[in-house]
Design a protein around this ligand. Structure first.
Ligand SMILES: Nc1ncnc2c1ncn2[C@@H]1O[C@H](COP(=O)(O)OP(=O)(O)OP(=O)(O)O)[C@@H](O)[C@H]1O
Ligand SMILES: [Mg+2]
Length: 256
């Protein structure tokens, strides 16, 4: 479980990224965070693994405060959290399997991983992870030879190889076309259901949020303005989150 207790974030220039956020996310949830550009979606998501430091409050992950954690205990909490980015964050010139194996780095000594010496079990784990997202045959291709959707699947496989219990995805489909978008979202959803990995996704498209989320969190100017099951997130709710009607470019369209 992830718990936010009175969390605020003020950026050094005075911008308030988060304002007194209180939140509990349960194991196995598939949460989609929505809100206007600049609302604080990335700040919220990146606070969870301390990619952004919060300035007030506390974040608890599976009973441990990541806010207070240091050194080894921080590394151990972070090891359980996989991160997926809009731009995939792969080492482009490396092979797919090397990229996936980088998910294992936190389990081994630096020297060992610098030399690329991963145990055989890790290689198996990495190949299995690629199998789960249906690109095992690409294992020995160079990452930059893959399509955008395939590269995003590699980054999902990296989180799986990491044996993450939580996946944070910040606009994972923003660089993809509508068809590939659905494939990547389907992968995330399937993994969430099959492995029970808690998944939190920032999404720009309202219809995608509705289609994939079990729970929607709406954020506006750093404040949570909606938090509830997807069934109750009506058009009115979305208009309140956005502070206006939903525009057509906020819909991916061509549903089903
Ligand atoms: N490094 C930073 N320094 C100062 N202000 C920042 C920084 N990063 C974000 N902000 C500000 O914090 C607020 C929240 O930003 P955030 O990136 O979380 O929004 P977002 O909802 O993810 O937006 P988008 O949909 O455009 O990605 C915005 O007002 C933004 O300008
Ligand atoms: Mg963002």
């Amino acid at each position: 479980m992830i718990e936010f207790k009175n969390v605020s974030k003020v950026y050094p220039n005075g911008t308030k990224g988060l304002k007194n956020v209180n939140l509990k996310i349960n194991k196995g949830d598939f949460v989609v965070i929505v809100g206007l550009s600049g609302a604080g979606k990335s700040t919220l998501l990146r606070s969870i693994n301390r990619l952004h430091e919060i300035t007030e409050g506390e974040i608890i992950i599976d009973g441990k405060s990541i806010t207070a954690a240091k050194g080894k205990s921080l590394r151990h909490i972070r090891r359980d959290i996989g991160m997926i980015f809009q731009n995939f964050n792969l080492v482009k010139r490396s092979s797919v399997i090397r990229n996936v194996l980088s998910g294992r780095v936190a389990y081994h000594s630096t020297i060992r991983t610098l030399l690329g010496l991963f145990p055989k079990q890790d290689v198996e784990l990495a190949l299995n992870a690629l199998g789960r997202v249906n690109i095992q045959e690409k294992a020995y291709s160079r990452a930059d030879e893959l399509s955008g959707g395939q590269q995003q699947r590699v980054s999902i496989a990296r989180a799986l190889a990491q044996e993450a219990k939580i996946i944070l995805a910040d606009e994972p489909v923003a660089s993809l076309d509508p068809f590939t978008t659905r494939q990547v979202m389907d992968d995330l959803k399937r993994i969430n259901q099959e492995l029970g990995i808690t998944t939190i996704v920032n999404l720009h498209f309202v219809d995608l949020a509705r289609q994939y989320a079990t729970r929607i969190i709406g954020i506006r100017a750093g404040e949570i303005v909606y938090d509830g099951p997807v069934e109750e997130a009506t058009d009115d709710v979305f208009s309140q989150i956005y502070g206006r009607e939903i525009k057509s470019d906020e819909l991916l369209g061509e549903t089903e």
